[in-house]
Ligand binder design. Structure first.
Ligand SMILES: *[C@@H]1O[C@H](CO)[C@@H](O)[C@H](O)[C@H]1NC(C)=O
Ligand SMILES: *[C@@H]1O[C@H](CO)[C@@H](O)[C@H](O)[C@H]1NC(C)=O
Ligand SMILES: *[C@@H]1O[C@H](CO)[C@@H](O)[C@H](O)[C@H]1NC(C)=O
Ligand SMILES: *[C@@H]1O[C@H](CO)[C@@H](O)[C@H](O)[C@H]1NC(C)=O
Length: 566
């Protein structure tokens, strides 16, 4: 669980993150409060001792999906942490102290002089200082143990930093190398872009124009190849020629990659070994779920919603588009840092089909964790120059006849309006932690994914929305005035209000549209409803973007079935 935290906060813009010690300290503080809360609540839910609850938590590392050595390492670490901190945690929790007090007493959280006190739970009835004094008295340690604890602290902080660095740097560079398509699902594999159908030949990949009409091999991995024995005509020629195939590419942030921390991982009352079965996959996908996202998702929805992703609709429209999707989205991405990873986009101007590129940097240009958040936001002038740079890059990499669609920024005030007095998953058991508490805890530690909107300060929330609006109109202006040779350019508002209305029409509540753990990201339902709006609007206003319906779709299905799956 400690490992999750740097990832969560890497949803704040990478270029602004200072990887200083105060920062990693904030993460260990959030991590400690989270873990101690879960231990406390596990003991409550199962009416067990705190020791038994810790044992239970370490047991999640019996995950069947882990390798032997991983299991061994994780379990050893878990037991070491329990050995070092367990007795203290037991004593403190048994003395009715909450996770804030425990973590300050164990020095995972520190109140620097002149800084406010950061706490998740409402302050204890007795004065904070007195309680903390009492707690510190309880955890008095021998010098050796103190030294060990100190070592463990710095180790945990190091691990957090390492993981964060790894995710912010290596990932984009890793998939810049020549062969970007993969036969593995995770680590930027086919969860992110169409599965490779021949890992040994770099000229074979989804989205290319077929080589010799794919008479001998499926050079574009769309599952259509070979020659019709009846007339000797290649199937790809018969079914796809003139059908104007096209791919879908997302340039996006954590919302586009579908960032999600499952509430089952932190909710004591629902926790079982089963709740963690998807954790290893999630971690190797940077806690993102692109395979379920609204733009490039190819799996059926896990929620009640039946709407398909934009990719699946393009595929239903023309089955020759099979597997031609790329999710170039990263946690923390913004107009500013897109240049660090845009090269992972793969499109050959001469060899490949045109593409629809959706540019959806919907938050991080106004969202950051800084205490003084407004000066750290992107200005309209800066946005203009960032976006023009991106478009110039795209014009030299997209095949002629492509389309680029900008998404505007949403008005994030719905977060506070709909969530602030609701209980966070950590607060549901004892009805003590609301989203307002969680937001202010993260702001205090300066690790909030979006200080501007996740704040009790109405002036600040309004200011953030105003800036978002200015940035949206900058995008709109660019779309209306700039021309490029290889693609045309469109702008679409991010109308969250319409999604809320649609959801309410179906009997849902607005808060059900937000990821419960982070209280920030749009969830799967929102993502799919958004895809639905996108599709309907484009179909109405710019039908040329989507291309024609392929009359051979039933034939393709008849001959090639599921076309090799995804
Ligand atoms: C919890 O456990 C204690 C001692 O093991 C027992 O006395 C108590 O009745 C239990 N409470 C509930 C609600 O099961
Ligand atoms: C790789 O695929 C390309 C495109 O279909 C083809 O022209 C080439 O002969 C293949 N190379 C090998 C070594 O099979
Ligand atoms: C690009 O395609 C358009 C039509 O879609 C055509 O008019 C134009 O000449 C093409 N440009 C180049 C450089 O081939
Ligand atoms: C609310 O935010 C505004 C804008 O950042 C700031 O000027 C003001 O001091 C804040 N108010 C409080 C009570 O913090």
């Amino acid at each position: 669980l400690f490992f999750l935290l740097p990832l969560h906060s890497s949803a704040s813009p990478a270029h602004r993150d200072q990887l200083g010690t105060t920062h990693s300290h904030s993460h260990t503080c959030v991590g400690c409060v989270l873990v101690v809360s879960v231990i406390d609540q596990l003991a409550q839910v199962h009416n067990s001792t705190v020791e038994a609850a810790m044992e239970r938590l370490c047991n999640i590392f019996y995950l069947p999906s882990l390798f032997f050595l991983e299991k061994l390492f994780l379990k050893t670490t878990c037991y070491l942490v329990v050995y070092l901190f367990g007795p203290d945690i037991v004593k403190l929790l048994s003395a009715d102290m909450n996770a804030d007090v425990v973590c300050h007493a164990l020095e995972f959280c520190k109140q620097a002089t002149g800084q406010p006190l950061c706490h998740l739970y409402p302050l204890p009835k007795e004065a904070w200082k007195f309680t903390l004094e009492k707690a510190r008295h309880i955890v008095k340690k021998s010098p050796t143990l103190k030294w060990l604890v100190h070592l463990c602290h710095s180790l945990l902080a190091k691990i957090c930093q390492k993981i964060k660095r790894a995710f912010q740097n290596s990932v984009p560079f890793k998939d810049v190398d020549s062969d970007k398509y993969s036969v593995f699902p995770t680590l930027r594999g086919y969860h992110w872009r169409g599965r490779d159908c021949n890992d040994h030949n770099k000229s074979v990949y989804p989205g290319r124009r077929p080589d010799n009409w794919d008479a001998h091999q499926d050079s574009n991995c769309n599952g259509i190849w070979g020659v019709d024995p009846k007339d000797g005509i290649p199937y790809e020629k018969k079914f796809c020629e003139g059908s104007q195939p096209r791919g879908i590419i997302l340039l996006g942030d954590s919302a586009g990659a579908h960032f999600r921390i499952s509430p089952e991982w932190i909710t004591a009352s629902q926790m079982s070994l089963n709740s963690f079965s998807d954790l290893p996959t999630a971690l190797s996908d940077e806690l993102d779920w692109p395979q379920l996202s609204g733009v490039t998702g190819f799996l059926d929805s896990t929620s009640r919603i039946k709407e398909h992703s934009i990719y699946l609709r393009l595929r239903e429209r023309n089955r020759c588009n099979h597997r031609d999707y790329q999710n170039i989205a990263r946690n923390g991405a913004s107009s500013q840092n897109l240049k660090q990873f845009i090269e992972s986009l793969s499109r050959n101007q001469l060899l490949d089909h045109p593409a629809i590129v959706i540019y959806a940097m919907i938050g991080n240009d106004v969202c950051n964790g800084k205490a003084d958040t407004v000066p750290a936001m992107t200005t309209p002038e800066k946005l203009y120059s960032n976006v023009m740079q991106t478009l110039k890059y795209l014009n030299t990499h997209l095949p002629n006849g492509s389309h680029v669609v900008f998404y505007g920024l949403p008005d994030g005030t719905f977060l506070w309006d709909n969530l602030h007095n609701r209980y966070h998953p950590l607060g549901q058991l004892n009805e003590d932690v609301t989203y307002a508490h969680m937001y202010s805890f993260l702001n205090c530690l300066q690790v909030s994914p979006c200080h501007g909107w996740m704040s009790s300060n109405k002036t600040l929330r309004t200011l953030t929305s105003k800036r978002a609006e200015q940035l949206s109109s900058t995008l709109k202006k660019i779309a209306a005035s700039e021309k490029f040779t290889n693609f045309d350019l469109f702008y679409m508002d991010f109308t969250f209000q319409e999604i809320i209305q649609e959801w309410q029409k179906r009997g849902g509540q607005p808060w059900e549209l937000i990821e419960p753990v982070d209280g920030f990201h749009p969830n799967e339902v929102t993502s799919r409803l958004l895809a639905d709006r996108f599709w309907k609007k484009v179909q109405l206003q710019w039908p040329q973007v989507l291309g024609k319906e392929n009359p051979f779709n039933p034939k393709i299905e008849q001959v090639f079935g599921d076309q090799g799956g995804h």
